[in-house]
Design a protein around this ligand. Sequence first.
Ligand code: 13P
Length: 251
Amino acid sequence: MRTKLVMGNWKMHGNLQTNEVLLARLLAGWGEGRAAGLAVCVPTPYLAQTQNLLRGSAIGWGAQNVSKHLSGAYTGEVSASMLLDFGCQYVLIGHSERRAIYGETDSVAAAKFSAALSAGLIPVLCVGETLVERESGVTEEVIARQLDAVLELAGTQGFGRAVVAYEPVWAIGTGKTASPEQAQAVHANIRQRLAEHDAHLAAKLQLLYGGSVKASNAAELFAMPDIDGALVGGASLVAEEFLAIGQAACA
Ligand code: 13P
């Protein structure tokens, strides 16, 4: 039985003041003993604030990006060990916005995944197809390619301490959610693909769905056998919405 995980991706939103209010509300609404995990991936400058406010709580936290390098002359980059210094447990890898806007390739995502793993972080590998790719019927191929790049570099065992998030690009920030059946089909395919390498590991892997998840559609998504939680963008900025999604994951 896999524990569900609801993770917020704040993207480039927030400031010291609004973060404090949001995190206080999450702390008030999410105590120990919940059946699901709750975590937030915040902008890097707010990791210290997040660590100070969430330390010792039932809510985990992480970052949205990491360098593929361990250290060195890489101006503007942040290493995995730096994220670890601020108590991060998670880091998003290969989010579609990083792939589309910053040209992150499958191999860069794989290198970042490995850097995160070797520092002791839990990489949350984001995969997903664009609308054009879905309409051309190549969803499975695209996701296989994104997974295979990581499998080649990190090996199957790399997924033993990782999370995978399926985020169809066409459903991100658009209000269009994949139907529970559409998402389930892709999740089952991802699990099957990994099971070909290691069935036990694949059965334990947490597979999150992301793309316009809200309190109103979370329960039907979580009812699917291979959907183990959500990676939530916009709705994670509204405490009540995010908590309600977390609550749906406990059902
Ligand atoms: P939305 O929930 O705003 O669609 O964003 C999804 C996402 O990209 C989470 O990483």
